[in-house]
Design a protein around this ligand. Sequence first.
Ligand code: GLN
Length: 548
Amino acid sequence: MKKIRKYIFVVGGVLSGVGKGVTSASLGAIFKAKGFSVTALKADPYINVDAGTMNPVEHGEVFVTDDGDETDQDMGNYERFLDEDLNSENYMTTGRVYTSVIENERAMKYKGRCVQVVPHIPEEIIRRIKTAAELHKADISTIEIGGTVGEYENILFLEAARKMKLEKPDDVAIILVSYMPVPGHLGEMKTKPTQHAVRELNSVGLNADIIVARGPFVLDKPRREKLAVFCNISKDNCISAPDVKSIYQIPLVLEEQEVGNKLLKILNIKSRKTNLLAWNNLYKKIQNGKKIIKIAVVGKYFSTGSYTLSDSYISVIEAVKHGAWANNVKVEMDWVDSEEFEKNKNKIKELKKYNGILVPGGFGTRGVEGIIKAIQFARENKIPYLGLCYGMQLATIEFVRDVLNKKDAHTVEVNPETKNPVIHINPKQAENVRQNRYGGTMRLGAYDCVLKPGTKVFNAYNIEKDLPAGRQVSERHRHRYEFNNDYQDAMEKAGLQVVGINPESGLVEIVELKNHPFFVGTQFHPEFKSRPMRPHPLFREFIKAAAK
Ligand code: GLN
């Protein structure tokens, strides 16, 4: 069969954060459900080489791939919707593109020519897009361009799209995801901002093949007609994408309007049936749960408010939900500020009302003592506990302090002088810190982990009879500090077992408490590998224990 290579660019209009990422991910899911092989790319306009050096409160979660790339949170959406592992070839930033061009220039790869922003930067962008398509053998690639049209920042990515479309018009489609506000005093959906966005798009030589009309409500007939006339597009190619309860509904909402076949027509491919059975079943499952489980997510408080907070932990939130659906329950997550436990002794008792306590990854000193108090509370009161990365490190510190009676036990990240460095740093990492080599130097990406049979963790990974994980699993990391194996024997004798170890390095990856309904800490981030239709075993079992 002839090789298909088609490219769908997804660009934003009016405002950012309207759902380009979920739109791209949903389109990928739809094409997969039509039997195509797909991949998804994100082009971030930042100069940062990767998202690892960006503040998660401002930029959202740093999503880590198997190959250890620190990428944008949208990559997590792609992986969850496509149920596929993506890698560094799926992610680029302006910084990354320029770095390649400059390295090529230094290596005389341009053979003495003058190296220019145009065409050399868009050419490098196109090379990256095509490489990802080749590596994933993707019939269809979606490429989400960060930001909105009309900005300076993303203009070279749009230029790459223009060039590709000009060269092979049948192989490239452009989707504008735009916002239709409904101002309160008018009560009417307005298309004007989108008309302006289309004009901006036209000014860089691009036409929207499809407009995805985001907004609080369904796109009605008069608005659809207006969009068609003023945005130079057929009515059929205006797709309504109103707010919905769950993002996992969106493939269904879009495909009800046959967006898949409309795009195939634009891309000159024969239309195909879409098998969305799995998505329909998932949606039923999401609605099914009745019993409500309350989970406290304990960490330092981010003063910018709960909106950004949930963006910084999006994979954790999603993984908790996946675990809840697998157990047919609904879950409510409260963000609990650990500093409150430091200020007020009695406050800790409020954790009693939760069915489970989760401590996600984190860095630095703020709120750490409060987190340790919360972990102690979970351990002593037998409340199911899941600690992710920092949440595992602090759980071992709490145990060594309180059970092994070494009161000054700590991580050297917070107290470099401690006599009991339960969490320490290896010499290579220490050198990175001394030399200010922060970018891309943590322990990153997938590492193997050998599980100890007979433990809750082992059983969690092996519960499915048709797909047991066996003794060895692979999980993704992002941290600089490690458990200090000098404490392993004493800790295990007292009941906190090491149940997962990296076979190459002997590093401790998972701890589990004996005689507790569920108390597990992982040095890795299991949330990155949880998928709506394949919940991560540890989240699933954590919620199961919480539901009891
Ligand atoms: N701050 C800890 C470390 O660097 C944990 C990092 C994390 O939770 N991702 O090791």
